[in-house]
Design a protein around this ligand. Structure first.
Ligand code: GLP
Length: 235
């Protein structure tokens, strides 16, 4: 795993956006694995700027997101589909049909998860962007006693529910389950960049240099051949 440190959030976001830009330039029909949360917002803003300056073209790009809350639909303002449309897809001229986010309202969850995993295998992820939860989760793969291999429905941990409650009016409004790519799904990506702000320093150190254990889901990335961790001192 390669670690690159930045002083500011702005510098980290700009660097992350350059990696995405390079990927799209080298392979216009590439597949980007995307993440939500507050950390990648600056990267998306940079990419929108590049798009507005005609420096990047998303017309042939496909995207596939890590996860989605279970039990809320894409129009809910806290759903990850809503987040992606509002913060990125609506502003980069991408075809919505080329953007994939799990359907949190799917009636048959098993089928939804299987089809999502099949899609990952079919299109393949060239570059996966990751954030990290306070407890080391990636996507919504929470600490547990094994590394889940495929897209699945997960019970969110109490600490994640609490952390994510900052976006909801009440703690009781936060979904308690989510559909997430598995650790195995994430590990299939050819290249991974993980972005983290200063407040995640401790968990990043554990993930990068500690034991590889499902208690720290991101630690599995030590076994991936092409991971770059971008961290900034700020926040
Ligand atoms: C959620 C998402 C993760 C994200 C994490 C951290 O739990 N499912 O993909 O990495 O939040 O979010 P933030 O970047 O806001 O700290």
């Amino acid at each position: 795993m390669k670690l690159i440190k930045f002083k500011t959030y702005a510098e980290m976001s700009e660097y992350g956006a350059k990696i995405v830009q390079k990927t799209v330039k080298e392979k216009p029909k590439c597949v980007l694995g995307l993440a939500t949360g507050s950390t990648p917002l600056g990267l998306y803003e940079n990419l929108i700027k590049k798009y507005n300056n005609n420096c990047i073209y998303f017309g042939d790009v496909k995207t596939i997101n890590l996860d989605e809350y279970y039990g809320i639909d894409g129009k809910h303002d806290q759903s990850y589909r809503y987040y992606m449309n509002k913060n990125f897809f609506d502003k980069i001229g991408i075809l919505y049909a080329n953007t994939f986010v799990p359907n949190g309202m799917a009636e048959n969850i098993e089928k939804e998860c299987k089809e999502y995993e099949d899609r990952i295998d079919e299109i393949g992820i060239d570059l996966q962007i990751l954030g990290i939860g306070n407890n080391g989760h990636i996507g919504f793969n929470e600490p547990c006693n094994h590394f889940p291999s495929k897209t699945h429905l997960v019970d969110l941990s109490e600490s994640t529910i609490r952390a994510n409650s900052r976006f909801f009016a009440n703690l009781s409004d936060v979904p308690t389950k989510a559909i997430t790519m598995g650790i195995g799904s994430i590990m299939k990506a050819k290249k991974i960049i993980l972005l983290a702000t200063g407040k995640k320093k401790e968990i990043i150190e554990k993930a990068m240099y500690g034991d590889v254990t499902p208690e720290v889901p991101a630690s599995i990335l030590q076994f991936h051949p092409n991971v770059t961790v971008l961290i900034c001192e700020e926040m």
